[in-house]
Design a protein around this ligand. Structure first.
Ligand code: NAP
Length: 308
């Protein structure tokens, strides 16, 4: 069995930042990032809200820079995926999908989340062609256009307000007539003349040839279907943390799959930390994932150095 001070699961901004801090604190650091390391940013065309970049930076480019930075500092990058985390105290055993095992004094879980999609026809075809799960990332490309946003939580409502700043019309489509979003934000949406609420309605199909040109919706109370013309569709129906591999471990998970971690990134297991979207209930932004990764790296270094 191979041994390391720290094994980081996930090579997105959280995992990379954690590795940068840990390796610079003297820890032998390994990242298991899978065959396509980088997480959700790989699907983000342009990032304009990551401090330090005057011009927009491509998500792939940003992740490539982080990976090169990690390697330059001496972090070992594995293309394996992690299948299981075993143990109740340090050292932990991390089992790779290929069967190889690592003994790690400390582990950081930074596996991120993936957007929950609607599961309707044409979804795959239109991803990146008018269909997005990130208004913050892609909304600006829809300036001057009519768009739909699907969902009834804070993300959908805040995104609707964000999109209304530069889109001509925003339809907020929600399957019920009650919302998870907080009342203050709901009121702001209701008062915004550019936003129309389309309630008790579900999207049945995305319409268009090369790019989105509309949606077919069904009113779930009347069963009536209708078409709504729009050039962009944003899906904000929640995110799914990538934590399935932890279900047989002793790491505490919330009902929604998020890793339970405190503000210093400590999980329910001593020496196991969590950072980024796999433990983030609120923000799910790259810069915040990087920040929490830095915290986890600092905490892991303190833990390992104390137990040497
Ligand atoms: P969320 O609160 O889980 O809301 C998801 C919404 O999508 C719900 O309204 C749900 O409908 C709907 N939905 C789920 N699956 C669907 C499907 N298959 N088809 C159609 N609709 C579907 O998710 P979120 O808005 O992303 O928020 C996640 C967390 O982050 C929440 O705790 C939220 O408060 C927090 N957040 C906070 C802020 C802030 O404080 N500034 C901003 C953003 C997010 P139902 O309601 O019918 O279940």
């Amino acid at each position: 069995m191979k041994k390391t001070d720290l094994l980081i699961i996930g090579a997105g901004p959280a995992g990379c930042s954690a590795a940068i801090y840990a390796v610079r604190a003297g820890l032998k650091t390994v990242i298991a990032g899978g065959a396509m390391p980088g997480g959700q940013l790989l699907q983000t065309s342009e990032i304009e809200n990551y401090a330090g970049f005057i011009d927009p930076v491509g998500g792939f480019d940003l992740m490539e820079r982080m990976h090169k930075q990690c390697k330059r500092l001496g972090v070992e990058m594995l293309t394996d995926e992690v299948a299981q985390l075993k143990g109740s105290k340090t050292p932990y055993t991390v089992v790779m999908a290929g069967g190889e095992e690592y003994e790690a004094a400390s582990v950081i879980i930074a596996t991120g989340a993936r957007a929950r999609w609607l599961g309707v026809p044409n979804e795959e075809k239109f991803k990146g062609h008018g269909l997005s799960a990130c208004a913050t990332c892609d909304g600006f490309f829809m300036r001057g256009k009519e768009v739909c946003i699907v969902g009834g939580g804070n993300t959908a409502f805040e995104d609707a307000l964000f999109l209304a700043q530069f889109c001509t019309k925003v339809y907020l489509i929600h399957r019920r007539d009650a919302f998870r979003a907080d009342q203050v934000t709901v009121n702001k949406v209701r008062e915004n003349p550019k936003i129309t609420l389309v309630l008790n309605s579900v999207v049945e199909e995305l319409l268009g040839d090369e790019t989105v040109s509309g949606v077919r919706i069904k009113n779930v109370k009347t069963n009536e279907t209708s078409e709504l013309a729009c050039q962009g569709v944003f899906v904000a129906v929640g995110a799914v943390p990538q934590t399935d591999f932890l279900k047989n471990s002793l790491v505490g998970l919330a009902d929604n799959g998020l890793v339970l971690a405190d503000e210093r990134t400590h999980t329910t297991l001593e020496g196991v930390f969590a950072a980024g979207d796999c433990a983030d209930k609120y923000y799910r932004q790259a810069v915040i994932a990087a920040g929490s990764g830095a915290k986890a790296g600092i905490e892991a270094a303190a833990f390992v150095n104390l137990h040497r």
